[in-house]
Write a protein that binds this ligand. Structure first.
Ligand SMILES: NC(=O)c1ccc[n+]([C@@H]2O[C@H](COP(=O)([O-])OP(=O)(O)OC[C@H]3O[C@@H](n4cnc5c(N)ncnc54)[C@H](O)[C@@H]3O)[C@@H](O)[C@H]2O)c1
Ligand SMILES: [Zn+2]
Ligand SMILES: [Zn+2]
Length: 363
């Protein structure tokens, strides 16, 4: 089969590799129908995630069809259409029992396209299939559900829920990339009074406005704090969501938030940020951080199914899976391509040679 393989910093190739096979009874093999590229994949390619070994297939977001199951898989059958999530859950360790799949100590967590081969491929092996994949209802297109694999639960759980957004709140979202925009979209579920989007890129701020931000601020000239204070009678935002991942934007969030407010950090940071405790200690600020757990995936799926949430708005570019290399170029050049999410679509099944559809280990 063909897959997008990481070969060390700056090196990637769409190449022929061995097809995945069942390695543990709880594995399933999935034919990838649609996949996408994450900003984290670009971080990996820059060499920022050294745990990713050269030779690893990248990708941690996909919609696919189950083509093979291990003998221990009991809730999925060959032919099921599934969402493959960025987070894998063993379902048994203490963290998984608490619903904190991102912290799984039983071999799950963020492993796909990180510690094991990922989903930018024609086929993928998904460990702990029963507890890590979500059967999809009929009638929803791949693009309507694909972004449930990462950006929607990330923004919703680590931003909106951790920040405890409530009706009537002013929510300031710093960063209007896919994650910040997904925060705009999911903040609306709570009817805030104001959603403020802050970025340096006018095109992304325009998207934020389309998705429901009522105030957008280009902070190139450093006006964000003054603008948010003006909006909130000098108090600050009830919730500030950091969706960039650099020290300046974390520090900005702590300046934007009102006394008693919440700062929800979603960004992945590579450098230390300064925590101004000398100013913050007296202001009752709550600061949260976290890796997504994806525990809200079924809830978000229901909202999509019922027409309450439209996740397809993130799909700005489309490529055949075989053109993943070109898709990476477009995604990496978001400043000029204005890409948010690039959808990689496999050839329709009919056009392929049939793959073995055995149920490994079944009696
Ligand atoms: N916590 C988690 O589980 C989790 C999961 C996925 C992604 N993330 C992280 O979330 C962050 C956002 O992801 P994304 O895919 O939207 O990233 P992105 O790079 O596409 O978007 C970041 C946005 O921030 C803007 N920006 C950059 N510097 C800025 C500044 N100084 N002030 C204001 N805006 C600025 C950029 O113009 C861009 O629009 C990343 O750090 C990513 O790694 C976290
Ligand atoms: Zn991701
Ligand atoms: Zn676990």
């Amino acid at each position: 089969m063909r897959a997008l393989v990481y070969h060390g910093p700056g090196e990637r190739a769409w190449e022929t590799v061995a097809e995945p096979t069942i390695e543990a009874p709880t594995d399933a093999i999935v034919r990838i129908d649609a996949s996408t590229i994450c900003g984290t994949d670009l971080h990996i390619l820059k060499g920022d995630v050294p745990e990713v070994k050269p030779g690893t297939i990248l990708g941690h977001e996909a919609v696919g069809s189950v083509v093979e199951i291990g003998s221990g898989v009991t809730t999925l059958v060959v032919g099921d259409r599934v969402l493959v999530s960025c987070i894998t859950s063993c379902g048994r360790c203490p963290f998984c029992r608490e619903g904190r799949y991102g912290l799984c100590t039983g071999g799950g967590g963020w492993i796909l396209g990180h510690l094991t081969d990922g989903l930018q491929a024609e086929y993928a092996r998904v460990p702990f299939a029963d507890t890590s994949m979500y059967k999809l209802p009929g009638g929803l297109a791949d693009e309507q559900v694909l972004f449930l694999a990462d950006i929607l639960p990330t923004a919703y759980e680590v931003g909106i829920l951790a920040g405890r957004v409530e009706p009537g709140d002013t929510v300031a979202i710093v960063g209007a990339g896919p994650i910040g925009l997904a925060a705009v979209l999911t903040a609306r579920l709570f009817t805030p009074a104001h959603i403020v989007a802050i970025d340096l890129d006018d095109a992304r701020l325009e998207r934020a406005r389309e998705l429901g931000a009522d105030l957008t601020i280009n902070n190139g000239s450093g006006i964000a704090v003054a603008a948010v204070m003006q909006l909130t009678d000098g108090l600050g935002a009830d919730v500030a969501i950091e969706a960039v991942g650099v020290p300046q934007t974390f520090e900005l969030c702590t300046e934007l938030v009102r006394p008693g407010g919440r700062v929800a950090n979603v960004g992945v940071h590579g450098h230390p940020a300064t925590l101004h405790l000398e100013k913050l200690w007296i202001r009752d600020i709550t600061i949260t951080t976290g890796l997504v757990d994806t525990i809200t995936t079924p809830r978000l799926l229901k909202l999509i199914e019922e027409g309450r949430l439209d996740a397809s708005v993130f799909a700005t570019h489309r490529y055949p899976l075989a053109e993943t290399m070109a898709a990476y170029d477009t995604f990496a050049d978001a400043a000029s391509s204005h890409a948010l999410k690039v959808v990689l679509t496999a050839e329709p099944v009919e056009a392929e040679s049939p793959r073995k559809e055995s149920v490994v280990g079944a009696v």
